[in-house]
Design a protein around this ligand. Structure first.
Ligand code: GDP
Length: 296
């Protein structure tokens, strides 16, 4: 549950205050509740879905007093998040290829380091590909993580063709019988068209060499950016098939409600959450547990 404290404070404690502060459910309470949801970055569309559900719940006598609000919201939010949580099952025929996409600064490199560590600790042989060739620093950072968690990093020099890195990495993964290949990608949004083409090409190369690859395309989003995360998710979904989201920096924000918006508005399952900078600060996401923790 670590990492959720700030969101919980902003969210649950305020709901608690609402529940205590009102003797009955009226428009004023619902207005206040709306403000709480918006301040936790649940977002306008998802907040109105939840409020409509509550109004229906009141009509249908499912909600009879302010006390009923918390369990009701917990169930609704859990349902919204349920939309497919869970860690990827590795393919029978290795390697399983995981493409990692996202805007610079969201925590992509760190997430790849943590993911590599996770699979390695599960006893798998992992290779990482430095296919963000745009920034020399990105290649260096990835190598530092590779050394830290004890996995090989396939790299070319700065400015080389990202798809060529992906190709080499796939060959290396096959030759070294790797179970998991994790491919880093660039995240420079100022050249959107190039980035789109680049991501598609990397995907194509991986798919040509390994049927079904990439088996997972993880979009890394930074929880502290609130609703910006939603627009990033829309951009990447238009480019590649995003099979899951990693929501990072949940430890540093009161805006963790964005996770509910991701589940509800985008229907992309949240698969992992980042709750710190350390190697073990990545958790498989479980919707029901998360909702329970929020309303604990
Ligand atoms: P990239 O540009 O997307 O590759 O981002 P980095 O992986 O370099 O991360 C950017 C910064 O965010 C670094 O200082 C990381 O330590 C930090 N960071 C990444 N994930 C998390 C997280 O889950 N929690 C916190 N608190 N910091 C994180």
């Amino acid at each position: 549950k670590a990492g959720l404290e700030k969101t919980r404070k902003n969210f649950t404690e305020k709901i608690e205050q609402l529940v205590v502060g009102y003797a009955k459910i009226d428009d004023e309470l619902l207005d206040d509740l709306e403000a709480v949801l918006l301040s936790a970055d649940v977002g306008v569309p998802t907040t109105s879905v939840l409020l409509n559900d509550i109004r229906k719940g009141i009509k249908g006598k499912e909600i009879n007093s302010p006390d009923d609000l918390r369990p009701f919201l917990r169930t609704k939010i859990s349902d919204m998040l349920q939309n497919g949580s869970g860690v990827l099952t590795l393919t029978e025929q290795p390697p399983t290829v995981i493409l990692v996409v996202g805007v610079n600064g969201v925590g992509k490199t760190t997430t790849i380091g943590k993911l590599a560590n996770y699979y390695r600790q599960e006893g798998h042989n992992v290779i990482v590909a430095a296919a963000d060739t745009f920034r020399a620093a990105a290649i260096d950072q990835l190598e530092i993580w590779g050394n830290r968690v004890g996995v090989d990093v396939i790299k070319h020099s700065e400015g080389s063709d990202p798809a060529a890195v992906a190709f080499d990495a796939v060959q290396a993964a096959k030759a070294r019988k790797a179970d998991v290949l994790i491919i880093d990608t660039a995240g420079r949004l100022h050249t959107k068209t190039n980035l789109m083409e680049e991501l598609k090409k990397i995907s194509r190369v991986a798919n040509r060499e390994i049927p079904g690859a990439p088996h997972e395309t993880l979009l890394v989003l930074d929880a502290t950016t609130g609703q910006n995360a939603i627009s990033q998710a829309k951009f990447f979904s238009d480019t590649v098939f995003v099979s899951g989201v990693v929501l990072t920096k949940l430890d540093g924000t009161a805006k963790g409600g964005v996770i509910v918006a991701i589940g509800n508005e985008l229907g992309i399952p949240v698969k992992w959450v980042g709750v710190g900078e350390g190697v073990n600060d990545l958790r498989p996401f479980a919707a029901a547990e998360f909702a329970a923790a929020l309303f604990a």
